[in-house]
Design a protein around this ligand. Sequence first.
Ligand code: ATP
Ligand code: MG
Ligand code: MG
Length: 582
Amino acid sequence: KPGENPQICPKLMEAHLKATDGKVITRFPPEPNGYLHIGHAKAINVNFGYAKTHGGVCNLRYDDTNPTAEEQEYVDSILEAVRWLGFEPHQILYSSDYFQQLYELAIKLIERGLAYVCHCTGDEIREQRGGDDNRGERFACPHRDRPASESLAEFQKMKEGRYAANTATLRMKMDLEDGNPQMWDLVAYRVIYASHHRTGTQWCIYPTYDFTHCLCDSFENITHSLCTREFFLSRQSYYWLCDAAEVYKPVQWEYGRLNVTNTVLSKRKLLKLRDEGVISTLDDPRLYTLPALRRRGVPPSAINAFVRELGVTTADTTIDVNRLENHIRDSLNEIAPRIMAAVHPIKVVLENLPEDHIELIELPYKPRDDSFGVHQVPFTRTLYIDRSDFREIDSPDYYRLAPNKTVGLQGAAHPITCTAVRKAPDGSISELVCRYENTGSHPKPKTFIQWVADCPSLGSPVRLDEVRIYNPLFTHSNPQDKSVVPGGWLSDVNRDSLEIVKGAVAEVGLWDSIKRYAATETGKKELDEHNVEGLRFQFMRIGYFTLDKDTALSAAAISEDRVGDVRFIVNRIVTLKEDSKK
Ligand code: ATP
Ligand code: MG
Ligand code: MG
């Protein structure tokens, strides 16, 4: 009886070993019905990683058997995401490549008395299988024992389009006595009238996941079919079908799904968020799809380090998103040049400097790391500092700028002291009057703040049209937990998850490092593709940032040094420290 004999058929094994030369072959099998997400990054690392560790190879197989949900856009984005993470599939294959082979095996099954055409409705099948919870009484459907010849004729009619959708299925004749619901006559084929992204209208019968997956693994000589835990019960039906079809049988192993806190990952939920207008695209940087993480500026190395650190657990896990962010910080700390910026600028006038004072100060792009090089920033009478570095009401534990208080300016020779606060008619601060302490002696300040010169003739400041600050999209760590979120996950959306700040300024090092990057091989290539993801910065004491793809940055603007033409849209990737919210 199929599935019962654990022994491997020696003939099939011999053919398999001949095809693989004893090498490990795995596959990453996404359905092209959405973007990949952080959970898939684990699946990718598991499959490619396992093969690599054992000197084998890993295929990308699109599991495209449901034409109503699948689209070419997703096919393209999946391959792009796999490559972005640094993996190159040995082969790129599609379940739909095997539609003919699968169909032939279906016929073989019918001929062997192991499949039958059934005309029960979905509700009737559910009832036969003991109801929704599979706990009721089970019974065979009236079509189960029809002769093979009849099923063959009926299956032919299904294929010819002579049955309406939902009026006929092919079911596997498994084992209703078995305790495993996956053995209760699963559906192998259904009638679907929809155009497939690769086979068009050639077929109107489509194989199910249960029928397709193991057989495609077998056709490709997959040695280890690695899948997530929800397929644990499917292992038995997987083996049953390989045996029933008399094909080589791979080994299935399960590992736990990875989720992160304060988000949802399932494709259906992401589409719901879009339909509800919470987000407008599936690469919105607040999401944890791989295109979203990429757009946000997350380096792929950080994602790989995160999933590798977690290891191949067998339990499903929901990991605190802070752990991912810590990996992102570690990666960015290594690669991001340091730039001075003021996200909420206030003007500072150094009253004792002449109007036309321009001094050039040399700053390292990364202190204590010469490999990043240095750049020159102008220092002038009018500067901008960040609003958060000034307080009108001083306190002894506050070390930044306040009335009559002295603070250091990063890279400048002398500190400044605030001598007056000028206000606009509405009571807001319009400028701080300060004294540049360039005479006499001053103790070394406790704190150095960042500043940006107002020096249009030298291109300072670089004006940032938008700084986009991303906060968690959901308020609770597990929005899907009904006991904490009784209103359901959608009610848990954080309405303040996106903050758009206009009017931020940065020093000339931002533009200078963009120009330097554009002159590198990678930079040139990325700019040609209208992609600037390699540009990531630390705005000192604020956070890590990148240019969003909405930034209109052309190679011409760079080569002609037209910084004023660029509409800078900047994403905050992460804060500098775990607990700093903004
Ligand atoms: P979703 O419904 O969340 O998009 P899925 O399982 O339907 O997930 P597939 O495209 O079928 O998505 O997944 C491709 C592979 O990635 C499968 O082997 C699947 O088991 C694995 N995978 C999917 N989600 C996760 C996850 N959260 N953690 C680990 N592996 C996952
Ligand atoms: Mg799936
Ligand atoms: Mg799914």
